[in-house]
Design a protein around this ligand. Structure first.
Ligand code: NAG
Ligand code: NAG
Ligand code: NAG
Ligand code: NAG
Ligand code: NAG
Ligand code: NAG
Length: 416
């Protein structure tokens, strides 16, 4: 039918009203995500009969008056607006690619960078294939040294990101990685997976591998350790950077010079620059530096609890380091998805405090019963040995976390 004269404006008006109705329905549903995607036809190219809410056309910002408490906290470090496509295994995965395999076969790209950290020897594992035709999964390693922007969608077998896993250990997604809305069907596996932006059972949080393992301390009973709680590391200066809470009084004041040691140093490139520009930011840095110099990291690991405060990102090398020494990790961070959280029963091992609750840390730890300490130490060591203890184990755990997403679709993969 030809649209002419007065019919056309009437149809347009109808479509506009329908879109408005869609938007108001959405608000009434009380969903307070920051960005919502509408799937509505655009005027005037479609007939009125198709003017229902079904196809992605534009992104609409939810206004402040949106009812309900927003789960995205604006202005807080590590709380970003959601910006990855709304993917789940049922909408963004081609199961047929993994048919009839005894293990999920992985093809790895060497661009933008080759397999890194504990994935670097994946080519020697049973999961690897050099034939993209045979691959169930495609791994893309994003942490390139190159200055060029990363464009995974230019990869030869990208196919809209279907069955692709983007692996990153950057401090922030924005450091190197492609814009979140360009990753299509790909999932994210990385050390920067946040509660407010990750896609449950689709993205996977990875730990940073320990730089130092101290197994000789594992057998020391939690009550026969030299210290109660310890931390030694960098303090971060500034106002709204990740990790600045390490400069807050509530963090520094945990130190009592006896059984609780919090030894920080301000010596770090960015800090040095900040102190030159604004000397007042370096308050207490010199005293803290003296405390820092007095303690040795290895000696401090002979402790009941090992603090693992967030650094520039919520994740920390300390988690695995502390566990390697048989200490009980105490995480201090916000909005963090704990590594391999679909496999590891973390509540049986570690403690976790938001940065706003640091004054509670020491009193809360002192209130834990002895039997519970012993149990937690055992659980932490079991978790360390099964999931985290070295590079081969970390690679295996990463593959187990990927297999866990299939939830039984492939009987062979169910043997976690
Ligand atoms: C309306 O939608 C139906 C079913 O999706 C489709 O077959 C038809 O071609 C559409 N009409 C127009 C004008 O887009
Ligand atoms: C899914 O994988 C199968 C088997 O490799 C292939 O035949 C099919 O075209 C794929 N579908 C999509 C949408 O890529
Ligand atoms: C998997 O095996 C079944 C049964 O042997 C067969 O019908 C199917 O085509 C196979 N799928 C692929 C992708 O090879
Ligand atoms: C696997 O890759 C690493 C580099 O990532 C290389 O050093 C090693 O030789 C490769 N192993 C085999 C068997 O090709
Ligand atoms: C995922 O892939 C399907 C086709 O396989 C496509 O229809 C869909 O738009 C893709 N989703 C995203 C977020 O790119
Ligand atoms: C750990 O500390 C305790 C208590 O000070 C001490 O007796 C023990 O020898 C230390 N263990 C090691 C391996 O350093």
């Amino acid at each position: 039918m030809m649209l002419q004269g007065t019919v056309r404006p009437a149809i347009c008006l109808f479509i506009v009203l329908t879109i408005l109705a869609c938007i108001s329905t959405y608000y009434r549903m009380n969903i307070s995500t920051k960005v919502i995607q509408f799937q509505c036809p655009v005027c005037p190219s479609v007939k009125a009969e198709n003017a229902t809410c079904v196809h992605t056309v534009k992104t609409v910002e939810v206004p402040k008056r949106c009812p309900g408490v927003p789960w995205f906290a604006q202005g807080k470090v590590w709380h970003y607006p959601p910006r990855f496509p709304l993917c789940t295994m049922d909408t963004c995965f081609n199961y047929s690619r993994c048919d009839n395999m005894s293990e999920p076969l992985v093809y790895t790209y060497d661009l933008p960078s080759p397999p890194l950290r504990y994935f670097s020897r994946i080519n020697e594992s049973k999961y690897w294939t050099d034939d993209p035709e045979k691959a169930c999964l495609f791994f893309v390693f994003l942490d390139t040294q190159s200055q060029k922007p990363v464009r995974p969608y230019e990869l030869p077998y990208w196919n809209g990101g279907l069955n692709h896993v983007l692996i990153t250990f950057a401090d922030e997604w924005a450091d190197k990685n492609p814009p979140g809305d360009t990753i299509g069907n790909a999932s994210i596996m990385g050390s920067i997976v946040y509660q407010t932006t990750s896609r449950p059972d689709f993205d996977i949080s990875l730990p940073l591998q320990g730089k130092m393992h101290i197994p000789e301390l594992q057998s020391v009973h939690p009550l026969q350790r030299k210290y109660f709680a310890t931390f030694r590391g960098t303090r971060y200066l500034g106002e709204n950077r990740g990790g600045v809470f390490r400069s807050w009084d509530s963090f520094r004041e945990m130190h009592n010079g006896e059984d609780v040691v919090v030894a920080t140093s301000c010596r770090q490139v960015t800090n040095d620059g900040l102190r030159k520009a604004r000397p007042e930011l370096g308050v207490n840095c010199d005293e803290d530096g003296e405390v820092h110099a007095k303690y040795n990291f290895r000696d401090l690991m002979n402790t009941t609890f090992g603090l693992a405060p967030a650094g520039r990102a919520p994740t920390s090398f300390r988690l695995i380091e502390v566990m390697s020494a048989g200490a009980i990790p105490v995480l201090i961070n916000d909005n963090f998805v704990k590594p391999f959280d679909t496999l590891i029963r973390w509540h049986e091992c570690l403690m976790i405090f938001p940065t706003s609750q640091m004054r509670r840390v020491i009193p809360a730890l002192r209130a834990i019963r002895v039997e519970d300490l012993v149990k937690r130490q055992e659980n932490c060591l079991r978790i360390y040995n099964e999931f985290l203890k070295d590079d081969d184990t970390l690679l295996e755990t990463s593959m187990r976390a990927l297999k866990e997403r299939f939830m039984g679709v492939f009987p062979n993969f169910a043997q976690l």
